[in-house]
Design a protein around this ligand. Structure first.
Ligand SMILES: [Zn+2]
Length: 128
């Protein structure tokens, strides 16, 4: 099994309904995003998946979030608020969709969203 990791970041604002907590106020983060892709087979070039393909697809997904007020996006709802957990899941599911279009056996196995240097939430693809 092989695993690739790509790291990127974006800045955005959100507001979470955690009564009496600081997060209830509108605030922003510089999220650091780690995307892991996994697979067993390497192609003829000896790679699981071209890093360029992951990076380009990730850039397209991140552009939907970067410098936005996340609560106002259609991607999130009252039931699925823009927490770091839901951001990680959104990126993971979108990346998985995009990777399915590429000729690769690699799947997205995990996405971690760091909202600060010492706090992160991960979405783990139980199917990977
Ligand atoms: Zn926050």
């Amino acid at each position: 099994m092989f695993e690739l990791k790509v790291i990127t970041d974006f800045a955005a604002a959100h507001q979470l309904d955690l009564t009496g907590r600081k997060c209830e106020n509108l605030h922003g983060h510089n999220w650091k995003i780690e995307v892991l892709a996994r697979g067993k087979k390497l192609d003829k070039s000896g790679v699981l998946l071209d890093f360029g393909i992951i990076k380009q697809n990730l850039k397209n997904v991140i552009n939907r979030l970067d410098h936005k007020f996340l609560n106002e996006l259609q991607l999130f709802t009252k039931e699925i608020p823009p927490s770091s957990e839901n951001i990680a899941r959104y990126i993971g599911l979108e990346m998985e969709k995009l990777l399915n279009k590429e000729k690769t056996e690699a799947t997205i196995s995990k996405v971690t969203a760091w909202e600060s240097d010492n706090a992160a939430a991960s979405w783990i693809n139980s199917a990977a």
